[in-house]
Design a protein around this ligand. Structure first.
Ligand SMILES: Nc1ncnc2c1ncn2[C@@H]1O[C@H](COP(=O)(O)OP(=O)(O)OP(=O)(O)O)[C@@H](O)[C@H]1O
Ligand SMILES: [Mg+2]
Length: 493
């Protein structure tokens, strides 16, 4: 059986000690979960393993022999394959080309062998059960779920090099629907069945409990615990991750709901009303148009009807919507959210610069205070407002978006998959914040593919189909099975 052992791995980024002595043991035939709060060091450890980042200290032993991870080619030759968390796709290139970004390009007479490249991509897509994605399609034309699936399939490409045996997946299900995730789980089962190891990073506890044979928990850059199946229990993992018990993930529901605050019509023939104090879930299958619906409300997509806040029509366009007190947390933080290369402070303050300025001059102190206060409210882990967003852990990038939405004390909060990539402790914080906003009189709409989140967080859940809000259900007492059935029912009708 193949095995890999890492001990005492350390890595600093300037003053930040991302890893301070991590150990990790992997063996063929196991799904090994890697868990930890946002910023605990998971992705850093993975980049070290991939040879993308040199550790400051530590040892790596592969099948009994020392391994010096001096570059990505060493990791490839050792049979490691990676799905990195914050890896970009190149939208203008084809699916097949994107899938070969980390692989040897097939050549013939010194020229790119397009036929073989497409065939390799098609074979990998078929292995993942998604032969309907065309390797020749342009990446930009794929939805987020399909893009993620193509990226996952890329790790399965046979490029003629050494046989891969270790698959490292950093939050593979973050952008996937239920059904898409099931396909991935089936592939993971097959890989492990033929002796491969899968190192699996996820903040979704139910996935980890279902898939993992063992779990290594990181906390602040050190290994906090290693638990095997028998010792794996949700509360224990959370305690090891956070150093505290998180007993109530969801806050109590609203005692009373006020008058209608936001009204929108012309939404693919439907309408939506959000009341003060109310948290409304938007449920639907992938592609049901929840994302487009929220974008229409924030003015990022042209609208057919009118949006009224307190009876007053909100002019079109996002600037007017933000100014009117509508805030939005987008689903895809990299393409429509943060500015990766810039200081995180500006990503938080951007939609608020209008009121932060006086007589056309930006009040820098007010901006700094806004950034500090809203960052603290979401427990953002960063060195300061000047730190580049790209340097933050994935979950902390998500918190930047949340901080931005809260910064203007919005009256309507529109959230699209707000806790994607966010750890359990931070999830509980975000849920509490959402509830506090509602109690303060705001109206909240949340689109989520996490059914437990919709049921636990919301007062009522609206079923969305083809971009149209349809019938709604009370969330209290609703089971996941009943919600899923209602979602499918709508599709069947
Ligand atoms: N390039 C970098 N420059 C500076 N600091 C960095 C860099 N990359 C990571 N860090 C810091 O290292 C720490 C660990 O980050 P890492 O991305 O490994 O966390 P993570 O466990 O993957 O979190 P998440 O669950 O949010 O993805 C964080 O404090 C992060 O801000
Ligand atoms: Mg990470």
């Amino acid at each position: 059986m193949r095995h890999l052992l890492l001990t005492g791995v350390a890595k600093a980024y300037g003053p930040t000690l991302a890893l301070r002595g991590v150990s990790l043991a992997l063996r063929g035939g196991e799904v090994h979960a890697l868990m930890g709060e946002n910023g605990a060091g998971k992705s850093t450890l993975i980049r070290v393993l991939a040879g993308l980042e040199r550790a400051d200290a530590g040892e790596v032993v592969l099948d009994g022999a020392p391994l010096r991870l001096t570059g990505p080619e060493v990791a490839t030759a050792a049979g490691f394959r990676f799905l990195h968390q914050e890896m970009q796709v190149v939208p203008g290139l084809s699916v097949a080309e994107n899938m070969h970004l980390a692989h040897r390009i097939p050549q013939r007479w010194g020229l790119v062998d397009w036929g073989r490249m497409r065939a390799a991509a098609a074979a990998a897509l078929a292995e993942l059960g998604i032969a309907e994605i065309d390797p020749r399609a342009t990446m930009a034309d794929l939805g987020p779920g399909d893009r993620m699936l193509a990226r996952i399939a890329a790790t399965l490409i046979a490029d003629g090099g050494p046989e891969p045996w270790l698959y490292v997946l950093d939050e593979p299900t973050a952008a996937l629907s239920h059904a898409e995730a099931e396909r991935l789980f089936a592939v993971i089962g097959r890989l492990v069945g033929r002796g491969a190891a899968v190192l699996y990073v996820s903040h979704r506890m139910d996935e980890v409990m279902r898939l993992a044979d063992r779990v290594t928990v990181l906390r602040d850059g050190v290994t906090a615990s290693v638990l095997d199946r028998a010792a794996m229990d949700r509360d224990r993992i959370i305690r090891d991750m956070t150093g505290r018990a998180v007993d109530a993930l969801f806050p109590p529901r609203a005692a009373r709901v006020g008058r209608v605050l936001l009204e929108a019509d012309g939404l693919a023939g439907g309408s939506l009303a959000l009341r003060a104090g109310e948290v409304v879930g938007l449920a639907g299958l992938a592609g049901a148009g929840r994302n487009a619906l929220l974008k229409t409300l924030i003015g990022a997509l042209p609208r057919a009807g009118k949006v009224r806040l307190d009876g007053v029509e909100v002019p079109p366009g996002p600037t007017a919507a933000w100014a009117a007190g509508i805030a939005y947390v987008p689903r895809d933080r990299r393409s429509e959210g943060v500015m990766l290369g810039q200081g995180l402070g500006r990503s938080v303050s951007l939609p608020h610069l209008g009121w932060l300025a006086r007589a056309g001059i930006l009040r820098h102190r007010a901006e700094a205070r806004l950034v500090a206060d809203s960052g603290a409210a979401v427990r953002l882990k960063a060195e300061g407002p000047g730190q580049a967003v790209a340097e933050l852990s994935g979950g902390n990038q998500q918190k930047v978006l949340f901080a931005r939405a809260l910064a203007g004390k919005p009256r309507v909060l529109l959230l699209d998959e707000p806790t994607r990539g966010v750890d359990v402790g931070a999830k509980a914080d975000i849920y509490a914040l959402v509830r506090r906003m509602a109690e303060g009189g705001a109206a909240v709409a949340v689109a989520s593919s996490d059914l437990a989140e919709l049921i636990g967080l919301c007062d009522r859940i609206v079923l969305v189909r083809d971009g149209r809000p349809g019938r709604d259900l009370a969330a209290e007492g609703l089971s996941e099975a009943a919600l899923l059935a209602a979602i499918y029912d709508g599709e069947a009708a």
